[in-house]
Design a protein around this ligand. Sequence first.
Ligand SMILES: *[C@@H]1O[C@H](CO)[C@@H](O)[C@H](O)[C@H]1NC(C)=O
Ligand SMILES: *[C@@H]1O[C@H](CO)[C@@H](O)[C@H](O)[C@H]1NC(C)=O
Length: 277
Amino acid sequence: TPVPPASYPKPWLGAQPAAVVTPGVNVTLRCRAPQPAWRFALFRAGESEPLLLRDVSLELAEFFLEAVTPAQGGSYHCCYRRLDWGPGIWSQPSDVLELLVTDLLPRPSLVALPGPVVAPGANVSLRCAGRLPGMSFALYRVGLAAPLQYRDSAQRWADFPLLGARAPGTYSCYYHTPSAPYVLSPRSEPLVVSSDDSSSLDYTQENLIRLGLAGLVLASLGVLVVLDCCSRSSGVRRIPAEQRRHWDPWGPPGSAPLSHPSPLCPATFFKPWFLLL
Ligand SMILES: *[C@@H]1O[C@H](CO)[C@@H](O)[C@H](O)[C@H]1NC(C)=O
Ligand SMILES: *[C@@H]1O[C@H](CO)[C@@H](O)[C@H](O)[C@H]1NC(C)=O
């Protein structure tokens, strides 16, 4: 077939009431040319011959698909031609229109971004992703009958932001065509969003650190007591080894143990160390 010149710009193809419909609906495909045309043709992907032809002298042609069946779904495009163009020459093809005839849209997926475990101060976004652009999406929280959030999207997915503090729970979503006749998807698999337990682990670690510090303080106090003992004992005359051996802790007052250099206390060594601390 002859290649259409670029000066024969492409028409536009649309579907009424929608390109995604349930079986049995009457669908009208409308081909609109950018200039008055003499003949319009509707093509189906993979077929070289026009599926339908319309002779008009306007810029618009309508192709009726009555009570569509799933088998009529697929890729369509349209072309137009003018009487004064050479034989067999059609305009550039329109963009492809995907007609989907189904009772049930593909099941969406539901994921949490950046992840299903949320830190208390952070937010999370739940992405419900289907396979078709331009759908309406609804997010449900298990236990609530009404949708938690609802939004239309030009993309194949919709993002639902949640405040991190309120996010923990179980969610699912579904999507449907934005207008009647509605075609629905089944619900997604449930998604569990939980709060970040590692933050309570942080508290545990913090407590451990506090305990450790408290232990350190106690140890320091102990050392100070020993130091105190050392400094007092260092000022006291050294007791001969003979006497020390015979010292009786239950003996008469005066032979106080504090006057002894403690075996823990090699005072001359310890002192400069603890002054540095
Ligand atoms: C579809 O079109 C036919 C013929 O025009 C009409 O009889 C029928 O009621 C229509 N069906 C629907 C669901 O609109
Ligand atoms: C979470 O979302 C709220 C409301 O949109 C916002 O005020 C807050 O700054 C967000 N917090 C973080 C950590 O992004």
